[in-house]
Design a protein around this ligand. Structure first.
Ligand SMILES: Cc1cc2nc3c(=O)[nH]c(=O)nc-3n(C[C@H](O)[C@H](O)[C@H](O)COP(=O)(O)OP(=O)(O)OC[C@H]3O[C@@H](n4cnc5c(N)ncnc54)[C@H](O)[C@@H]3O)c2cc1C
Length: 415
């Protein structure tokens, strides 16, 4: 039984010279067979395993990760959490994720450092303001908190904004329940809680192929041997099309590098998340003090996790236009992840043409905020074979019928 984290256990371990802590999760070796295998030890895969065990009592489950857990996009993202979507299907799904985030530290008994510091989107002209007004109306109609402010209202709430920016600030929309969480902690918290319920977390194990017999899923071939199973859930983000192809499944996914940067750490100076779609920059301050910045997708397909200089330059220029006082900060690190983009910027959580293989992908630039709901819905699919009501609109069939949920166009925000 995993020892609970609490103020009392901290005190006891302090007195015990920290000698009594156990590893947070069991680093398991693969067994020959499982009731279900989840490919991908990112947030979505780990959350799927946790909810399979917790909600569906399916505990003979393995999470297969080719590197280390959280080493993919989950550990590379800029950690912004929000549910400011336009269409009712997306709003309901992402707001469910946000509501699970609100109770996640308690549920997992792991501090994910969720900080609801608000998420601002700025407008720099009349058309930008019209877009924000439309977003705010849609959010309120969907039952999601939204507050719209004019320039004075924005400046009163975000101290330090440039008094005379190149692109004038006309107004802003804030979702106060939005914010950030510690990305590694989300992966580690789900891994620990899943492992405590009996799930095997298997790292350094790559899925190389599938065993499909009589047209049905019967197992996975891995770098550490064959694992038999009738149920496979796949949550491998930017590598979805590559892994699905090994089962003969073609996905409408394109993979791009998305990059982020942090500055050297400074004392607390920014207590919210600020996004300017027009300038192409967003920024927040981590608990360590670094300014965390992100920008857009590289404009060409790639599996190279390194990003490119033009976006760095553009993001830095945008940041300095919004907050000139940051101009003397130095970049500390820059990195990239490979994200899985679909035409309508809405995820896919569905069965594939191979019975026994289900997928969760298509998160593009915004799947960290979706992790609890993505895992919840994929677990439902793997356990019951039926789509969860929240994920029914996120099927593969929409690319045939044309019933797309075009959030990139509707919300006017990057995915
Ligand atoms: C720079 C950047 C900034 C971002 N900012 C935000 C943000 O602010 N807010 C937000 O909501 N989202 C953001 N995102 C998107 C978000 O990070 C992803 O959508 C989310 O983390 C996807 O989680 P996942 O579990 O599906 O994927 P991942 O965390 O990538 O996990 C997939 C795992 O599958 C493994 N894998 C791949 N192939 C195999 C194989 N053959 N065998 C076994 N394992 C395999 C990989 O090693 C990886 O660990 C950002 C992404 C990036 C790159």
């Amino acid at each position: 039984m995993t020892k609970a984290y609490s103020a009392f256990s901290l005190l006891c371990e302090g007195l015990n010279q920290q000698q009594g802590w156990e590893p947070a999760w069991r680093d398991a070796a693969p067994k020959r067979a499982y009731d279900a295998v989840i490919i991908g030890g990112g947030g979505h895969g780990l959350a799927t395993a946790y909810y399979l065990a917790k909600n569906h009592k399916l505990t003979d489950v393995a999470v297969i990760e080719r590197g280390w857990i959280g080493g993919g996009n989950t550990g590379r993202n800029t950690t912004v959490i929000r549910s400011n979507y336009f269409y009712p299907e997306s709003a309901a799904f992402y707001d469910f994720a946000l509501s699970l985030y609100e109770g996640l530290s308690k549920d997992l008994n792991y501090n994910i450092m969720f900080s609801q510091r608000g998420m601002w989107t700025l407008a720099h002209d009349r058309h930008g303001m019209d877009t924000l007004r439309r977003s705010a109306n849609a959010m309120l109609l969907n039952g999601i908190d939204a507050e719209l402010y004019d320039e004075a209202g924005v400046r009163a709430r975000i101290p330090g904004l440039n008094a005379r920016p190149r692109f004038p600030i006309v107004g802003g929309l804030v979702q106060q329940r939005g914010g950030t969480a510690r990305h590694d902690a989300v992966a580690w918290g789900y891994a620990r809680a899943a492992s405590a319920l009996g799930v095997d977390i298997i790292q350094d194990c790559e899925v190389l192929g599938f065993q499909i017999e009589g047209g049905r899923m019967r197992g996975v071939e891995t770098s550490r041997g064959t694992i038999r199973t009738d149920r496979v859930g796949m949550a491998v983000a930017g590598h979805s099309s590559v892994v699905a192809q090994k089962a003969g499944v073609r996905l409408p996914v394109s993979s791009y590098a998305l990059q982020a940067f942090v500055s050297e750490p400074v004392k607390p100076c920014l207590d919210t998340v600020v996004l300017s779609p027009a300038i192409g920059t967003y920024v927040s301050q981590s608990d360590k003090g670094e300014l965390v910045m992100g920008a857009g997708l590289d404009l060409y397909l790639s599996y190279a996790q390194r990003g490119s200089l033009p976006w760095m330059e553009r993001a830095a220029a945008g940041l300095i236009d919004l907050f000139p006082q940051f101009s003397r900060l130095r970049f500390l690190r820059q990195w990239a992840g490979i994200v899985d983009v679909v035409h309508d910027s809405t995820p896919i959580i569905d069965a594939t043409p191979v019975p026994g293989l289900w997928i969760n992908c298509g998160w593009g630039t915004g799947g960290f905020k979706a992790i609890p709901a993505g895992g919840w819905c994929l677990a439902h699919l793997v356990a019951t074979g039926e789509s969860h009501p929240l994920a029914r609109a996120f099927g593969l069939n929409r690319f045939r019928t044309g019933a797309l949920i075009d959030e990139a166009a509707a919300s006017g925000i990057a995915h």
